[in-house]
Ligand binder design. Sequence first.
Ligand SMILES: Nc1ncnc2c1ncn2[C@@H]1O[C@H](COP(=O)(O)OP(=O)(O)OP(=O)(O)O)[C@@H](O)[C@H]1O
Ligand SMILES: [Mg+2]
Length: 310
Amino acid sequence: MPAAVSIQGLTKKYLDVFNKSEITAVDNLEIDVEEGEIFGFLGRNGAGKTTTIKMLLGLIFPTSGTATVLGHPLGDTATKTQTSYLPENPYFYENMTGWDVMDFYAKLFHITEPARSKRVKECLEDVHLDPKAWQRPLHGYSKGMLQRIGIAQALINDPKLLFLDEPTSGLDPIAHAELREIIVNVGKRGKTVFLSSHQLPDVELVCSRVAIIHQGKLLTTGTINELTAGEKVEIRAEGKLNGDLEKIKSIADIVEVNDTHIRIPSADERNVTDILDIIRSAKATIIAVMPHRRTLEEVFVDTVLKEGGN
Ligand SMILES: Nc1ncnc2c1ncn2[C@@H]1O[C@H](COP(=O)(O)OP(=O)(O)OP(=O)(O)O)[C@@H](O)[C@H]1O
Ligand SMILES: [Mg+2]
């Protein structure tokens, strides 16, 4: 599968004119995003996410390093028609109606009638914007409705690759769930989504792979499964262990025994086979062996605190 985005040593330094110093916003970044992935791009405030996205879109220039987007070098106009962008703070002309804003974006991509009206309607439907609001000016829209317009405009050119910068920030839980579903549906149509977000439960549900950056540097990248896999396993069994209880206690920190119920809440995964062998040899019944998974939020906090150094 070819890479939709391939970032090689991308670096961006800004001049801090007030302190007469340099800020390294993005620092020698190396990331590959495959076609068709929903890729989560994570990092604390100021980690360098928006700066990276703007470089990939050709809106600002790297200080050093390079990248390809859909196989084209940075800034190549060939990518413009195949990519789209939802900025973190989108600004729309508030006196225009939802329909007219979409019609305006469609014209920017030279989509002519009758295809234009059809496309505008499809996009507004895709983001589940209530048709009653289509002819209302945007100043009467809620944050959730504006965010839907933001995603709809990012779909207007039927892009291969969407850059979504914080698409679910500030939304209520139901709007969150709906936007998540919209993003998943975009992914199901084979599009690549480069998603920057602080909403880690959302990312965990929609993304196949993520990268965590800190102070412009890549800390880790991997699939959600790889990153959330834990090293501890919970084991439950039924029966009497008698003398074998001591054997288990010598290799597991905690062993809870309640009448005939045995629970080992956090066995080290390297000892699981030995523990199960002891339980079997005692003729007790193994009820469950459950690997612990960490949440993406735990992975993020651990990674940034341990590897980021603060
Ligand atoms: N135009 C600019 N001039 C100077 N410094 C900038 C500029 N834009 C961003 N920065 C600095 O670059 C760093 C990275 O900023 P960036 O906006 O890329 O972070 P971010 O990860 O998108 O943060 P957030 O999650 O808050 O949106 C920050 O230290 C920021 O202050
Ligand atoms: Mg940002």
